[in-house]
Design a protein around this ligand. Structure first.
Ligand code: PMP
Length: 435
């Protein structure tokens, strides 16, 4: 047990008296791994310092946005300049156009972009837009993919494909998820069956093509190809949720990765967040002009936001995108990330621990399993107690990974070779205790 003289513990105790669970987003509470969450005092580059002044190598990076590391000078300067000009106007600004143009410049399917403030809002809006544009109600999503906490998406699979999902949260009436069909990730026969049964009623299929909410699981190329074909054939819209993967797995996101393998591949709609805001509340969605023009004020699909396109957030996002679009950025980031996962795999092997890992660009996942899982059920076969021991062993050694085995990890451009070597050395010590 952490002693109560620990300042993190004192803050956690105080937080729990006023904030439910002591946190403003559940995974921060260390519920799965146990122990005391670290309260962040400040952060710089690849590190943050907790309330006890202890330094941690940060592999969460705000769950993805901090791709340049914390406090990148060009971003800090852009934000400071923007703050001096004003915090929020509720009237349009030039920076919103610049950011929308910067996003559209690298994602060829985005003829038009709308800015919002969170990934949840972006995914929720895409669903309304898809329903409005198609005049249909049904949604397809996959077990283990997270698209934010809109009611229609907090759903688990029903008992069969003829029945729709059940809510995963109290407060979501069953009627609200009755149009959401939850399928197993990478399960082609089930996908075929779903479209055979419900094709004419499906408005939208939403997927994390490189899924970061079940640690790190790639959709097979054949699976994505078939998602595209079935959506086209049945008049449903294919939505890629790239909140995590956008500007993270590479400049063109997961869709560029699949387009490299499937000639002409493109989703209809794309959901973005995290990196495009550089750590500020900012997200976006976009797609073809004819669909995006269905949105208010042009069309009948309502969507709005007091803080949408916030001038400080757009400055932060633009400065971030300016850095990541420099030549060689993703090559260097991918190599650094690859050296981390290879190092961890080597350390596990040396200690005889079943282990496998994968990465794309600056996003990675690893499993205490002999082979890479292909769906959520396989991910959850990981022995929880073992993962928790690894998590706490690393935390004690100043390495901060996600406090849950179903979350991905993130490397930033600020992580040095030395940081990676220190992480691998720490992991090897912990693996030795698990062997
Ligand atoms: N989609 C994906 C793929 C995500 O990873 C997340 C958040 N982790 C969301 C949507 C929701 O974004 P937000 O937390 O900004 O609402």
């Amino acid at each position: 047990m952490t002693p109560s003289t620990d300042r993190n513990q004192q803050l956690f105790d105080r937080a729990r008296r006023i904030i439910p669970g002591g946190v403003n987003s559940p995974v921060r509470a260390f519920r799965a791994v146990g122990g005391t969450p670290r309260f962040v005092q400040r952060a710089e580059g690849a590190y943050f310092w907790d309330a006890d002044g202890r330094r941690h190598i940060d592999y969460i990076g705000s769950w993805g946005p901090m791709i340049l590391g914390h406090g990148h000078p060009a971003v800090v300067e852009a934000v400071q300049r923007a703050v001096r000009e004003g915090f929020s106007f509720g009237a349009p600004t030039e920076r919103e156009i610049e950011l929308a143009e910067a996003i559209a410049a690298v994602l060829p399917g985005l003829e038009m972009v709308r800015l919002v403030s969170s990934g949840t809002e972006a995914a929720m809006s895409v669903i309304r837009l898809a329903r409005g544009a198609t005049g249909r109600s049904k949604l397809v999503k996959f077990e283990g993919c997270y698209h934010g906490h809109a009611d229609a998406l907090l759903v688990k699979a029903g008992s069969g494909l003829a029945t729709f999902g059940n809510p995963t949260s109290a407060g979501v009436p069953p009627e609200v998820v009755q149009h959401t069909l939850v399928l197993e990730y990478n399960n082609l026969p089930q996908l075929e069956e779903a479209f055979a049964l419900h094709g004419p009623d499906i408005a939208c299929l939403m997927i994390e093509a490189i899924a970061g909410n079940m640690n790190f699981v790639r959709a097979d190329t054949a699976f994505i190809r078939r998602c595209r074909e079935l959506c086209t054939q049945h008049g449903a819209l294919l939505a890629f949720d790239e909140v995590m993967t956008g500007f993270r797995v590479g400049l063109g996101g997961a869709q560029a990765h699949y387009a490299a393998q499937i000639p002409g591949f493109r989703p209809d709609l794309t959901v973005l967040g995290k990196v495009i805001g550089g750590g500020m509340p900012l997200a976006a969605f976009g797609g073809p002009r004819a669909i995006m023009e269905q949105l208010a004020p042009l069309g009948p699909v309502y969507q709005a936001g007091t803080l949408s396109g916030n001038p400080v957030a757009t400055a932060c996002g633009l400065a971030t995108l300016r850095e990541v679009t420099k030549p060689g950025f993703y090559e260097a980031l991918a190599a650094r990330t690859r050296s981390l996962v290879d190092g961890l795999a080597g350390a596990a092997k040396a200690e005889g621990i079943p282990f496998c890992a994968d990465s794309e660009g600056g996003m990675f996942g690893f499993f205490l399993l002999p082979q890479l899982p292909r769906n959520y059920g396989q991910v959850m076969q990981t022995e929880g107690a073992r993962f928790n021991a690894l998590f706490h062993g690393l935390l004690d050694r100043g390495v901060y990974i996600a406090p849950a085995l179903y979350e991905a990890g993130f490397v930033s451009a600020a992580h040095s070779e030395q940081d990676i070597a220190d992480t691998v050395a720490a992991a090897r010590e912990v693996f030795a205790t698990l062997a």
